[in-house]
Write a protein that binds this ligand. Structure first.
Ligand SMILES: *Cc1c(COP(=O)(O)O)cnc(C)c1O
Length: 392
C-alpha cells in the first residue's frame, strides 16, 4: 500500500510533504522586518496600510467599542460602526446595500454557498481566485471553467447548459496573478443573453480603478449588469475584511443563508473604524491614485527598455513571467539580497511553466524605490545572460 493511502496519520502527512518537496514546491513563510525592505509583494496599492491616521482610527474604534465585537452580527456583534461602513461601501460602489464579511475568502465562500446548490450551474474564468472555486465546490455546484477572458467560450458553455438550471457567471475583476482587467460589459452582456447572473470579485480593482476608486465594476456597471459585487478591504484600502454589494433582496438572502456570515464573529470595530477613515482618505487624497498611476507608467516604460518580459497589465500588479519555478526562486533570492521583496509565484497558484515574479506597485513607493527595483531586475537579467554564455 502506498504511504499516501495509509490509515496512519503521521505516515499520510509525511507522504504529502515528501511529494511537495520532491516537486521543488515546498512553501515557506519568512518573518518580515517592518522596515528596511522595499516591499513590491504586498497589495497596499495606495499606501494606506501604514498611514498613522488609520492606526489612530483603529485605536479610537477599539477604545469606543472594544477590541472585539464580542458576538456574530446576528447575535449582538452588529454595531453602529459596521452599519455606517456598510452604508459607505454601498454608496462607493453605487449599490442599494452592502454586507460586511470578515475576509474576502469568506465573502466568496458565503455568497456562492448561499446562492448555489446542486441544481445551479456556475461558469468561472480559468484564472479566478481560489476562493471562488472553493465556494462553488462548497455549495456542491458544478463549475465549468471558460478560457481566460474568452467570451465566445463562455457563450458556448452557457448555450450547452440545461436551460432549466439557474446559472451564475463568476469572474475576478482584476486577475490577481496577471493584473489584467475583465471585460465587465462583455461578461454582463453574455450573462444577460442567457438569463444568468454575474458575480464579480473586484478585490484588486477597488480603491484603484474607476472614476473615484470605486473599482472596475463600481458605478460604471450597476446591479442590472453585475447583480453580485464582492470587494475586499485588505488590499488598496489597507485594513482587513470584505463586503458584498447588491440589491436589498440579495443582501437579505445572504444574511439568512450565508453560513460563513452567520456563524462567525463580527469584524472587530477598530477595523471597521479604520476602514471608514480609509474611505475618507480615498476621497480626500486623489493624488494617491495619481501617484500610483505614475509609478505604473514609469515601471512599464523602464522595464520595456530593459527588455523584461512584461505582461499586458496596466494595474499595480505587474507580473514578469519567467517560466520555470527555479528561475523565479533564483531571481527572488537575488532581489532579496538587495533588500527588494517581490512575490515568487509557482504552481499550483499559476499553471506549470508560467512561474512568475509578481511585482506590485504602490503609491507609497518613491522614485528611489523604483530605481532600486529596476537595477535589481537588470542585475538578475545580466546574471542569467552570463550563465547562458558559460553553458553554451
Ligand atoms: C485576496 C483575494 C481574496 C481574499 O481576500 P481576503 O480578504 O484576503 O481573504 C479574494 N479574491 C481575490 C481576487 C483576491 O485577490
Amino acid at each position: 500500500m502506498p504511504p499516501s493511502m495509509s490509515t496512519d496519520w503521521p505516515t499520510r502527512l509525511a507522504a504529502r510533504a515528501q511529494g511537495r518537496r520532491t516537486a521543488g514546491l515546498w512553501r515557506r513563510r519568512t518573518v518580515q522586518p517592518t522596515d528596511a525592505v522595499r516591499d513590491f509583494a504586498g497589495n497596499d496599492y495606495l499606501g494606506l496600510a501604514r498611514d498613522p491616521r488609520l492606526a489612530e482610527a483603529m485605536a479610537e474604534g477599539a477604545r469606543c467599542h472594544g477590541a472585539g465585537a464580542r458576538a456574530s452580527h446576528l447575535v449582538s456583534g452588529h454595531l453602529a460602526v459596521h452599519e455606517a461602513l456598510e452604508a459607505r461601501l454601498a454608496a462607493l460602489t453605487g449599490r442599494p446595500r452592502a454586507l460586511l464579511f470578515s475576509t474576502g475568502y469568506m465573502a466568496n465562500l458565503g455568497t456562492l454557498q448561499a446562492l448555489c446548490d446542486g441544481e445551479t450551474r456556475v461558469f468561472q474564468d480559468r484564472l479566478n481566485h481560489a476562493s471562488l472555486l472553493d465556494g462553488a465546490a462548497l455549495a456542491g455546484a458544478p463549475s465549468r471553467r471558460f478560457h481566460h477572458g474568452d467570451l465566445a467560450d463562455l457563450d458556448r458553455l452557457l448555450a450547452r447548459s440545461p436551460a432549466d438550471a439557474p446559472r451564475l457567471v463568476v469572474s475576478d475583476g482584476v486577475f490577481s496573478m496577471d493584473g489584467d482587467v475583465a471585460d465587465i460589459a462583455g461578461l454582463a452582456e453574455t450573462a444577460r443573453r442567457h438569463g444568468a447572473w454575474l458575480m464579480v470579485d473586484d478585490a484588486h480593482g477597488l480603491g484603484v480603478l474607476g472614476e473615484v476608486g470605486d473599482g472596475c465594476v463600481g458605478r460604471a456597471h450597476g446591479i442590472d449588469a453585475v447583480p453580485v459585487l464582492v470587494g475586499t478591504l485588505g488590499k488598496a484600502l489597507g485594513t482587513a475584511g470584505a463586503f458584498v454589494a447588491g440589491s436589498h433582496e440579495l443582501i437579505e438572502h445572504l444574511i439568512q443563508f450565508a453560513r460563513p456570515y452567520v456563524y462567525t464573529s463580527a469584524q472587530p470595530p477598530g477595523v471597521a473604524a479604520a476602514t471608514l477613515r480609509a474611505l475618507e482618505l480615498l476621497a480626500a487624497e486623489p493624488e494617491r491614485r495619481a501617484r500610483l498611476g505614475a509609478r505604473i507608467a514609469c515601471f512599464r516604460r523602464e522595464a520595456a527598455t530593459l527588455g523584461l518580459p512584461l505582461a499586458e497589465s496596466h494595474t499595480p500588479i505587474q507580473p514578469l513571467v519567467l517560466g520555470e519555478s527555479h528561475r523565479v526562486m533564483a531571481w527572488a533570492a537575488r532581489l532579496a539580497e538587495r533588500g527588494l521583496l517581490v512575490g515568487a509565484i509557482r504552481e499550483p497558484t499559476v499553471p506549470r511553466g508560467q512561474a512568475r515574479l509578481r511585482i506590485t506597485l504602490s503609491a507609497a513607493h518613491t522614485e528611489a524605490d523604483l530605481d532600486a527595483l529596476l537595477e535589481g531586475l537588470a542585475a538578475c537579467q545580466a546574471h542569467d545572460a552570463d550563465r547562458q554564455e558559460v553553458t553554451t
